[in-house]
Design a protein around this ligand. Sequence first.
Ligand code: NZQ
Ligand code: ZN
Length: 389
Amino acid sequence: MSVGYYTPTKVVFGKDAEDKAAEMLQEFGATKVLVHFGSGSVKRTGLLEKVEKNLSDSGIGYVELGGVVPNPRVSLVRTGIEMVREEDIDFILAVGGGSVLDSAKAIGYGAYGGGDVWDFYCGKRTVKGTIPVGAILTLAATGSEMSDSSVITNDETDPVYKRGVNSDFGRVKFALLDPELTYTVSAYQTACGATDIMMHTLERYFHQGDSLDFTDELSFTLLREVIKWAPVALEKPDSYEARANIMWCGTLSHNGLMAVGNSTKGDWACHQIEHELSAEHDVAHGAGLAAVWGSWARYVLETDPQRFAKLGQGVFGESDPEKTIEKFEEFFRSIGMPTDIKGLGLEFGEEECRTAALGVTFGNARTIGNFKVLETEDIYHIYMMASGL
Ligand code: NZQ
Ligand code: ZN
């Protein structure tokens, strides 16, 4: 098997990158824009005002849709789709973190494709096109600014579902990456972001089949850089060097680079196991990943201890597989991340573990993972381990 690498996104990286918004929109032919944002940070920082002035000064019309929440909801996506139709919008500008970007992508799919937008997320229909999307990123974490992914939570069902769709139509036209915009991100979200960035590389590193040594080495460098700079960003939130290194690591960690030469796209089990937690309990994605990764790692370790040894050597100069897992967990804890489910503020017993495991496999309808293929029973054990049971 082989893995594709497709990165059509135009990136502007550096101070004041957001000032290029109007220029980029014009380059991509936008005439009327939906400016999409979250629950208030872009208003508090003055970014929204600055961007809208930039658009007005260039004669670009726009309407606003704010209110995206973490683990973005399909209900707001539906509102956005209506607005795109009613207002003749031909471009969506996402100003915010991964949740805003993912919501913008969903609006793009729904407005282009018609019908029920949830169809794309529950696998009933394939995305065939989109209203183009551009991004001004304010939080380094998900890599949505170059990834093919959008993850949406359906708040209209019981139980609540959180589902992702991968499509090259989800790759945004442009991404404006100004590390200074991330100075105001809270310590908790900074740590969640750092964890998510590391996990996007770790998920690709753990897979069955051939690996490219160069890609492995790039992965180790990326992980070492996040481990180096996240504590600096926590200590000094306005360290440009720390924020810039983390931001670029975040983008490259999830644009496909870290899987080139490998025979598969990676494992991704931890993401599936986490998504079940953030769907039902609305926890932050990065924290959920930190809470389950160590348990997953111990559960799958015997599949290929050498892979863990190479990782440990490359990142920590420590080739003992068990110690490698401990070192990652120590790092997560050092930046304030939980390494078990209790640390997320959740009380999981056997029943909760069983329900969550069935949720991950859609009621025994699928397996997850590639490094080690996991069935419901395996996932149940991982949740139990992560719950200290
Ligand atoms: O809503 P506002 O007020 O903007 O506040 C947000 C939010 O409360 C705040 N924030 C963002 N930028 C800020 C800021 N606060 C101060 N200053 C700033 N500059 O941070 C909070 C979290 O934002 P959110 O966008 O939810 O975080 P993140 O970027 O981590 O996105 C998480 C979502 O992305 C999905 C996750 O599952 C989750 O739903 N993912 C998307 C992926 C993708 N599209 O490729 C891949 C990931 O694996 C992930 O699954
Ligand atoms: Zn992630």
